[in-house]
Design a protein. Sequence first.
Length: 327
Amino acid sequence: WKEKVVGKLTGGLSGMAKARKVTVVQGVGQFLDSFHIEVTNDTGVKQVIKFGKAIVAVGSEAVKLPFLPNDPRVMTSTGALELRQQPKRMLVIGGGIIGLEMATVYSTLGARVDVVEMMDGLMMGADRDLVKVWQKFNEHRFDNIWLGSKTVGAEAKADGIYVRFEGGKAPAEPQRYDLVLQAVGRRPNGKAVGAERAGIEVNDKGFLNVDAQMRTTQSHIFAIGDLVGQPMLAHKAVHEGHVAAEAAAGQKSFFDARVIPSVAYTDPEVAWVGLTEEEAKAKGVKIEKAVFPWAASGRAIANGRDEGFTKLLVDAESHLVVGGGIV
């Protein structure tokens, strides 16, 4: 089913590219210099492409914990979307957006799920009142959520992956899982494209430095998406792509997003934008809060999903909306 969805999306993009006479070259690309890219296909055949301008959008990859075993039952979110059978017991390492999204999927499918998070809260970018609704709704879905705890080791055996923990309320004895999902962040692929050969500046973390027009240190080479910095969100990358394409075409286009919304595709879904209450407090911004509970919505009641709410945060002095959240 997942492959059908992806195929439909990529097929549509392929059709659009063909209609617009865009040549698509499949393979792994590396800069040879600031005007040439070498592409190697899956059979090892190389092709050199000359360009006048380029947009680099090679994204990021999931971070892997070095102390976990190299075993097919230990995977990242990419592998977790390609499983051929449902795990009976699953561990999710990381209580951020990606980890909780995957935990939601597999708990819904019937897997017993544990979540371990080294911080003292889940989905740390969001306000606690939003996350609290999610936690209350999902308490019965997960076997355990261990906060302030970390994974310190694991051993692959024939009957499962035995994982050891430290801190918080995590168990002292190793726990056995059919599947272990690493969801501890992503790293940009800036060091994987031969950027230095093109004279493009890459920082220590692998991000490419860009200006407001998404230009790298080579003015004819642009970069967008996860490659250029946080937040690593698809809708941010799409907007950056528009800016880069327009700037490459000579238009006066700039990336000037004052706020970028964040969303977790969990159940219930959680989204927020602008200042959170915690950020406003830290910055000394006095705010007023307006809250609408979904328990007052006829549609929500009819759907049997009235656990959430929507809130707006307003600057107490200017009366401008400075943030909002929904769950």
